[in-house]
Design a protein. Structure first.
Length: 344
C-alpha cells in the first residue's frame, strides 16, 4: 500500500514538474492588434461649392508611424480613408489655384472620424500653389473667385479684383466675364428699373408710352449695356491687350485712393502689367454711343453730339463707379477671400 502511494506521489510530482516546465517554456500570448478606424470629410471652397479632384494626404504623426496615404476628393467633394491605424494624424489638402491647408487630430481605436468641413482659399500668389500651374490656370481660378463677388450677396461685382497678385486674363476669359455679366438675372432687373425711370420721365419721347414704349426703352437700355460691355470689356481689351477690371487699391490716404479711382476711368493695366491709356474704355464708349444712334428715336438722335455726350457720360460713370468700388463695395461684398492689400 505504501509503495503504491509512493509511486502515485512520484507520478504526481513528475506530472507537476512537467506542467511547470511546459508553462515556463511558453511565450506570453501576443497583445491584441488595435482596432482600425476610418477618416472621412468634405472639401469646399469659400463659397461652399464642393472642390472635386483635391489631393488629400494622410500622415501618421503618432508612435505608429504608418506609411503616408493619399486620395482625391470625388465629384461631391468627399474623401475617405479606411483601415487607419489609431493615433495622431495630419491631413494635408492641395488643389490647383488654392492655398494648401492642413487638419490634425487623434483617431481612437475603432473610431469613424468625420473631420470638420475643409474650406480652401484661393492662393494669393504663385508660391502658395505647390503644384505646377500655368498662368492661364491661375488666372482662371482667380476669375472664378471674382464671379462669386456680389454686393449684399446679390448684385454682381465681377469687374473688380481684390487679389494683390492678379494674373492677366486671356481673350476667352474676358469674353466669359462679359457674357456672365450681361446674362445675370440682376442685370435684367437693373435694366428694367432704368427703363421704368425713363418711362416715368418720358426720356426718349419718340418711344411713346404704354407697354410698347416701355419695351422699346428696355431694349435700348439693355442694348447699351450689352454693347458697351462686350466692346469695352471684351473685344477691345482682347485686341489691345488691356485688362478690363478695376484693381482695388485699399491702402494710402483718402486723397490718393480717390485720385487712383478717378484716374482708372482713363488709364488701365495692360496684359503686360504696365499702366497705359484705357483705350478700351474710351473707344468702347465712343463705339457704343455711335451704335446707339441706330436704335434711338429719330427725334432724339443728335449724331456726333449724342455719341460724344454718351462717351463723356460713360467715362464719368466709370469714375464714379471706381470711387464706389474703392471705398464702399468691399465692405458690402460678403465672403471675399482674405488677401493682403495690393499696392498698385
Amino acid at each position: 500500500m505504501a509503495l503504491q502511494f509512493r509511486s502515485g506521489l512520484i507520478l504526481l510530482v513528475f506530472a507537476f514538474l512537467g506542467w511547470t516546465s511546459l508553462c515556463l517554456g511558453q511565450s506570453p500570448p501576443p497583445a491584441p492588434a488595435p482596432t482600425l478606424g476610418n477618416i472621412s470629410g468634405t472639401v469646399v471652397d469659400q463659397s461652399g461649392a464642393v472642390v472635386a479632384g483635391a489631393k488629400v494626404k494622410l500622415t501618421s504623426t503618432g508612435q505608429s508611424q504608418s506609411p503616408d496615404r493619399e486620395t482625391v476628393t470625388g465629384d461631391n467633394g468627399e474623401f475617405s480613408f479606411a483601415n487607419v491605424t489609431p493615433g495622431a494624424f495630419q491631413l494635408t489638402f492641395t488643389s490647383p489655384g488654392f492655398a494648401p491647408q492642413t487638419s490634425s487630430g487623434i483617431l481612437s481605436p475603432g473610431e469613424i472620424r468625420f473631420v470638420p468641413r475643409i474650406a480652401l482659399t484661393v492662393a494669393s500668389n504663385v508660391t502658395d500653389v505647390q503644384v505646377a500651374l500655368s498662368p492661364v490656370e491661375i488666372a482662371q481660378a482667380q476669375l472664378k473667385d471674382e464671379e462669386k463677388q456680389r454686393v449684399l450677396g446679390v448684385i454682381p461685382n465681377f469687374y473688380v479684383t481684390y487679389d494683390p497678385h492678379p494674373f492677366a486674363l486671356t481673350p476667352k476669359q474676358k469674353f466669359e466675364l462679359a457674357w456672365k455679366t450681361t446674362i445675370d438675372p440682376v442685370t435684367f432687373a437693373i435694366v428694367g428699373g432704368i427703363a421704368g425711370v425713363q418711362q416715368a420721365e418720358n426720356t426718349f419721347s419718340g418711344y411713346g408710352q404704354g407697354a410698347q414704349g416701355y419695351a422699346k426703352r428696355y431694349g435700348a437700355s439693355y442694348a447699351d449695356l450689352a454693347i458697351g460691355t462686350f466692346i469695352g470689356s471684351a473685344i477691345l481689351p482682347s485686341i489691345l491687350k488691356q485688362d478690363p477690371r478695376y484693381f482695388y487699391k485699399g491702402s494710402g490716404s483718402t486723397r490718393s485712393r480717390s485720385e487712383y479711382a478717378i484716374a482708372n476711368a482713363v488709364i488701365c493695366k495692360g496684359d503686360n502689367g504696365r499702366w497705359q491709356v484705357n483705350y478700351s474704355n474710351i473707344l468702347g464708349s465712343l463705339a457704343a454711343g455711335a451704335i446707339s444712334n441706330l436704335y434711338y428715336p429719330s427725334q432724339n438722335r443728335n449724331g456726333p453730339a449724342l455719341t460724344f455726350e454718351n462717351t463723356a457720360v460713360g467715362i464719368g460713370a466709370t469714375a464714379v463707379a471706381n470711387l464706389i468700388e474703392e471705398f464702399l463695395m468691399r465692405k458690402l461684398t460678403p465672403n471675399l477671400p482674405k488677401h493682403d492689400r495690393a499696392t498698385p
